[in-house]
Design a protein around this ligand. Structure first.
Ligand SMILES: Cc1cc2nc3c(=O)[nH]c(=O)nc-3n(C[C@H](O)[C@H](O)[C@H](O)COP(=O)(O)OP(=O)(O)OC[C@H]3O[C@@H](n4cnc5c(N)ncnc54)[C@H](O)[C@@H]3O)c2cc1C
Length: 416
């Protein structure tokens, strides 16, 4: 069976969903073919643009630091205009969906509290995670939920107090008690957020937080303020609790990423973009510098997809876009060879957030995001790579994951 469209996007992580959306907004017929849900199912919804450079936290001037990045960094290839346009586009989308994003200042990073009590620099975050009211507070309440795994209010309070910004603040902690729920495992942020999406869950949260509004300047919670209705949940809390609420960034399963994914998927459906799930692209048909078709394998067998333009958003080693063995590293659809240090010890470092080769490894591209070989020559003119499949950056140490995914997705959609 053959399926044709103007643009074929492979992968449904943030880079693929966003590239498809922007291309569809520009009037193209777009199809997404994807193996799995992508990392929005496990990541937060803070849009990190550049949090660290040369190991230093960037609070004041991320844009100046971006201008200093190496020429092969995806940001250097797409340029500041694409990055800012992509971020404004995603902001407008979230605002339209009733879940606004916010930043302290267009030119600065904002500090977002995490569930382990760290402050993470991010450029754009859900209004509910904005750390400004926490940093300005003198009396902070950190609330967990009884039976909830991975959130320990006393630990969060102790860790936050180490920051100079919060040295003067006093902390109180509490574990809120949820009404009994039928379940056979410990609570996760997803369980509570789904409950809070319901009218009785929202009423419970308002009732539980209200007593603390007079004794605290800010209420810090795990990310439990709804998934589908997070915008209206935050608005109701504002009206009913009368104290700023700040959600912490949590470890997976990630409520924030799922909120963002729901917004992108709703918009894609409204634009008529077809998403083919559980389908893995297993090979490409090429002629010279053109990709003629991609072949998928899924529950219904093999299927052939043709398109004028192809956007590859298959992620890194985690997403399935890159493969690495002791002897070779390759991009997974076209088999593009990636250079690999011969000495195995040079491929990683002892320090967890050290300069690991494998975290920067990826496809090299030109300014059109078309893949290039070791000699710099273009391999395919109608194929554009976006997101974590790209080489030349390390999102984990830089804190630039969703920033690169959206900026390159936006840029590729404007090349097709
Ligand atoms: C735990 C965690 C938390 C994070 N938190 C944040 C955060 O708070 N803020 C931030 O900015 N960044 C964060 N990041 C980083 C961010 O999630 C990634 O940089 C970003 O998601 C990469 O997106 P992507 O679309 O390029 O790839 P992915 O999200 O990995 O998507 C790849 C997609 O391609 C599909 N695919 C792969 N191969 C094929 C194939 N052959 N055929 C069909 N489909 C295929 C996959 O199924 C998947 O849908 C986090 C990352 C992790 C792991």
């Amino acid at each position: 069976m053959n399926s044709n469209s103007d643009v074929l996007v492979v992968g449904s992580g943030p880079a693929g969903l966003f590239a498809a959306l922007v291309a569809a907004q520009r009037g193209k017929t777009v199809r997404i073919v994807t193996q799995g849900a992508g990392s929005l199912a496990i990541c937060g919804s803070n849009i990190d643009v550049l949090g660290y450079a040369q190991g230093q936290r960037i609070d004041e001037a991320p844009w100046a630091a971006i201008a200093q990045l190496a020429p092969e960094h995806p940001y250097s290839l797409v340029g500041e205009h694409s990055i800012r346009s992509a971020l404004h586009c995603i902001s407008a989308l979230c605002a339209k969906a009733g879940s606004p994003l916010s930043h302290a200042d267009e030119e600065k990073n904002t500090l977002v509290p995490s569930i382990v009590g760290t402050l993470k620099p991010s450029w754009l975050c859900p209004a509910s995670a904005q750390g400004n009211s926490l940093l300005a507070a003198r009396r902070v309440l950190v609330a967990g939920i009884e039976g909830f795994k991975d959130c320990h209010p006393a630990l969060v309070a102790r860790q936050l107090k180490r920051y100079p910004e919060l040295k003067q603040a006093s902390f109180q902690t509490v574990n809120l008690i949820m009404p009994p729920q039928p379940r056979k495992r410990t609570l996760s942020p997803l369980d509570v957020a789904r409950f809070v999406d319901s009218p009785e869950g929202l009423a419970w949260l308002c009732r539980s937080l209200r007593p603390y509004a007079s004794t605290a300047d800010v209420l810090v919670l795990p990310p439990v303020c709804g998934i589908e209705h997070s915008g209206s949940v935050m608005a109701t809390l504002g009206k009913e609790v009368h104290c700023p609420v700040v959600e912490m960034l949590s470890i997976p399963p990630a409520v924030g990423g799922l909120r963002l994914r729901a917004i992108l998927c709703r918009e894609l459906a409204a634009l008529g973009v077809n998403i083919v799930e559980n389908a893995t692209i297993v090979r490409a048909e090429t002629a010279g510098k053109q990709c003629l078709a991609l072949i998928s394998k899924g529950t219904g067998g093999e299927r052939r997809y043709t398109a004028k333009h192809i956007i590859i958003a298959t992620g890194g080693i985690l997403g399935g876009g890159l493969n690495m063995s002791p002897t070779a590293a390759q991009e997974s659809i076209f088999g593009i060879e990636l250079p690999l240090p011969e000495v195995i010890e040079d491929r990683s470092q002892e320090a967890v957030f050290g300069d690991h080769y494998f975290t920067r490894m990826g496809v090299q591209v030109n300014a059109d995001l078309c893949p290039v070989g070791a000699d710099g020559a273009v391999l395919f003119n109608n194929v554009h790579f976006v997101g974590r499949a790209l080489g030349g950056y390390d999102y984990a140490t830089e804190k630039s994951g969703l920033g690169v995914a959206f900026a390159t997705g936006w840029a590729a959609a404007h090349k097709v």
